[in-house]
Design a protein around this ligand. Structure first.
Ligand code: PAZ
Length: 317
């Protein structure tokens, strides 16, 4: 049995799995019928519980900035977006007001009839109007479907279910796998049932490697889709080599290589045919421009070429 099959057979699925799969299927069919392409954006970090009745878990740094920003740019390029995200990480549109206290944005004014009216103080959140306008358009068109996860196992089950639901749409689907997925986990049958006691001296965590789900995703679950994975490292000397190895191993379309410390300023987009750096000047960053706009623009171009069957799309024959 392949290691991913064994993983799924031995791990408890999330309770909302069937419902989430149906919702994704309905969303995809509705948009596909009117000729709209779909992108599945994964975003944020996965937690790895240490106890079945979970008090503690292992987590990572990801806040979902990349995924949330990218989702907005995919919407601007006409995609319907399935946003598979870590609960309470950044979300499209809401992300612009992170750190703001909503009550500080509101003013109470007395009108001529003596009644109070709520107004918005836009000076406290520049760009608010534009964000709200875009958000309302997306809501009215039902263009954004948000599905939340918390743990690594929830994420993996939901990724498989989404891929299977999207599989009939073939090359009209892009997978944009920006989530920071834990490389290690504790199998259900090896996990402590109850809270580990502080009296346990020399507590040692024994973790197993997480099966690489890119392999079945590309080969079985969503064979004809356009798949973009991310490779994160902290050592500049190994990043390109590791990204290229991933591309060769999984035989998908694009790996985007990034370094933890510089990920908002520069990435390298790697395909079987080429390797292009994408970077932001200090001036662009000062103007509030985001690297995700350039990444998504480049991927949109390549995905469109793949759909129309042109060369240079990065499609693996
Ligand atoms: O979520 P974020 O914006 O803080 O970070 C984005 C990222 C570094 C998690 C993403 O660009 C990425 O590289 N994801 C894949 C990580 C991995 O190698 O598993």
């Amino acid at each position: 049995m392949a290691d991913w099959n064994e993983y799924f057979s031995k791990t408890r699925p999330p309770s909302n799995l069937d419902e989430a799969k149906r919702t994704i299927q309905d969303f995809a069919v509705k948009h596909h019928q009117i000729g709209r392409n779909i992108v599945l954006v994964t975003s944020g970090g996965t937690t790895v519980p240490v106890e079945s009745n979970t008090v503690r878990f292992v987590d990572n740094f990801s806040q979902g900035t990349r995924g949330a920003a990218s989702a907005e740019y995919f919407l601007l390029h006409g995609y319907a977006v399935i946003f598979l995200h870590r609960q309470r990480s950044f979300e499209p549109f809401c992300r612009h007001f992170e750190g703001h206290n909503a009550l500080d944005l509101l003013e109470l004014q007395l009108d001529t009839s003596g009644a109070y009216r709520l107004t918005v103080d836009e000076t406290r959140a520049p760009g608010l109007q534009d964000v709200v306008r875009r958000y309302k358009e997306v809501q009215n068109g039902c263009l954004l479907l948000k599905i939340g996860f918390m743990t690594l196992s929830d994420y993996l089950f939901l990724l498989r279910a989404s891929s299977e639901a999207l599989s009939p749409l073939g090359r009209n689907v892009m997978f944009y796998l920006a989530a920071a997925v834990s490389d290690f986990y504790i199998p259900d049958n090896e996990m402590a049932e109850h809270k580990i006691q502080s009296s346990d001296k020399n507590f040692v965590l024994n973790m197993s490697p997480t099966p690489k789900m890119l392999s079945p995703l590309v080969r079985e679950w969503a064979k004809n889709a356009f798949v973009v994975s991310f490779k994160l490292e902290t050592d500049m000397n190994i990043i390109t080599k590791k990204a290229r190895e991933a591309l060769q191993k999984y035989n998908h379309q694009v790996v985007i290589a990034n370094i933890l410390q510089t990920r908002k300023k520069t990435v390298i987009l790697i395909t079987p045919e080429d390797e292009i750096p994408i970077w932001m000047s200090d001036q662009e960053l000062d103007y509030g421009k985001e690297i995700e706009e350039k990444i998504v623009g480049e991927l949109f171009r390549r995905h469109s070429s793949m759909i129309s069957g042109q060369a240079g799309s990065g499609q693996v024959s």
